[in-house]
Design a protein. Sequence first.
Length: 302
Amino acid sequence: MKSSSEKIVIVGAFGRLGTELSLHYGSRVPVVRLGRKQLDLADESSIRKALEPLDFTLLFLPAAQTLVDRCEDEKEEAYQLNAHAPGIIAKICTEKGARMVHFSTDFVFDGEKDSPYHEEDATDPISVYGASKLAGEEFVLAASSDHLVIRLSWLFGPAKPGFPEWIVEQACSEYALALPAEKRACPSYSSDIVSLLDPLLFRPQESVASGVFHLSNNDDCSWQEWGQECLDLAHEMGHALKTHQISATSLDTIQAFKALRPVNSAMSSTKYTRVTGVTPRGWREALRDHFFVSAKAPQACL
Ligand SMILES: NC(=O)c1ccc[n+]([C@@H]2O[C@H](COP(=O)([O-])OP(=O)(O)OC[C@H]3O[C@@H](n4cnc5c(N)ncnc54)[C@H](OP(=O)(O)O)[C@@H]3O)[C@@H](O)[C@H]2O)c1
């Protein structure tokens, strides 16, 4: 990668994606890792105090309020963390002549489309989380059109337990499991995502990429299919599962959800492939690596 002259800051360096970004860049270039203790997104003076003294060329912002249902109850907090804070950080980056890579979500869409969403499709979030993240995208790109917004979906990886760990744990104790069959999205392996960023970020000056990009593993699947693949891999690993089959249910039967979820939020990565020439690998292969190659494979009932 042509990043030897980069000085990188990661805000939210200890989350699922932040940890992966730290590992990916940490051995190659100077990286300043900021967690909540060093920079609180809720507090503008904390943001300024942490960032203004630093000298950097590239800043990643994986930190966010990612608790989708909490955002419905704590709307002000959601907008502060997901919209205003990214806007302040983007302005600081612009003032310093640094590029910012901000991470957003498939929840900016209403989920009514019957095929994968492209970057130019109209956004229409149906949750506070989605609306706050969309406002964050707008603030970041208003601060400089050179900044990048990467929309992700169904993120999983070794740094922090996520859906694969949760569904395997459920199958270790429950005799029946169901997941929405109509809900579709694209699983995204955090280790793949950080590697896929390189060809987008480190390009010849005349073809620098900016603006909004969708990025995930290929292709989309239903939530039920994603859960089933997790159980099939867990069974292959030797987990003592009590349930081997995920049956179908629908989103509106899940009482625990306060926030509405988009039914179809599959996103196409074709713009990414057109610009970089790189096609993300399939989500099943990435998930297999998470179970069999990663040091942090789901362990619930081995
Ligand atoms: N997870 C998904 O399925 C998914 C899907 C689509 C898009 N995304 C987007 O991808 C990005 C990364 O997601 P992720 O799964 O890696 O998130 P994550 O693991 O939940 O990490 C979020 C990070 O934000 C930090 N944070 C929260 N509140 C903060 C505050 N007030 N000040 C400073 N830091 C704060 C958290 O710190 P603590 O550990 O101290 O709480 C955590 O390290 C986010 O922008 C998210 O919206 C995620």
